[in-house]
Design a protein around this ligand. Structure first.
Ligand code: GAR
Length: 217
């Protein structure tokens, strides 16, 4: 089986990266990680990659004159590793439109909210503050606008009365880890493609059960 080569970009802990590493060790998984790139030298995800025997490279944004040269270095690194799909997994730098367009429909991101709600930072705290019943996470193809682009997968997670930012983050992270390898599989197996502003799927029923909170007794 010819596997899709992933370039995973991180800034921190890399638990989503770990979920991808764990999926990629399965023999029948249709993707492999060619390189992990972090913009932060101390990112724990770099250790996770090294432990798994994956090329782990730090492209430290603070050592570049401007964003364009930082992004050129990342682009070159991805090219050198023959990457077919870029996976942003907790990568916390904004990317220029030039870079994003070079990887159009070949770069995905995971964001901890039900997009298009709660773009940006502090998504869980804002959702709790607003009293919405569901938080969640989204995996989407990347477009130049921040946290924008055709949506591949989403998980909706009920927000409890006693919810804190940390407890909600932990609940949602669990679904992030389930979804990321699944979304990559969908792409690698050719089961999802972009049509205008949306993703369309092959042979997948999107009509799943609805969720109500509070539950109706
Ligand atoms: C994840 O919750 C991810 O959704 C979020 O950062 C965390 C990274 O965790 N991404 C963003 O906020 C991007 N806007 P991880 O390093 O343990 O995978």
């Amino acid at each position: 089986m010819r596997k899709l080569k992933l370039g995973v970009m991180i800034s921190g802990s890399g638990t989503n990266l770990q979920a991808l590493i764990d999926a990629c060790v399965q023999k029948d998984y249709p993707a492999q990680i060619a390189v992990v790139i972090s913009n932060r030298p101390g990112a724990k995800g770099l250790e996770r990659a090294k432990d798994a025997g994956i090329d782990a490279i730090c492209v430290d944004h603070t050592t570049y004159d401007d964003r364009a040269s930082f992004e050129d270095a990342i682009h070159q690194c991805l090219k050198d590793h023959d990457v077919g799909l870029v996976c942003l997994a907790g990568f916390m730098r904004i990317l220029n439109a030039d870079f994003v367009n070079r990887w159009k429909d070949r770069m995905i991101n995971i964001h901890p909210s039900l997009l298009p709600s709660y773009k940006g930072l502090h998504t869980h705290a804002r959702a709790i503050e607003d009293g919405v019943r569901f938080g969640g996470c989204t995996i989407h193809f990347v477009r130049p606008e921040m946290d924008d682009g055709p949506i591949i997968m989403q998980a909706a997670v009920p927000i409890s009365e006693a919810e804190t930012e940390d407890s909600l983050a932990a609940k949602i992270l669990h679904y992030e880890h389930e979804m990321y390898p699944t979304a990559v599989r969908l792409i690698a197996e050719g089961n999802v493609r972009v049509s205008a502003r949306k993703c369309v799927f092959k042979d997948i029923d999107l009509d799943t059960a609805g969720l109500i909170s509070p539950a109706i007794k």
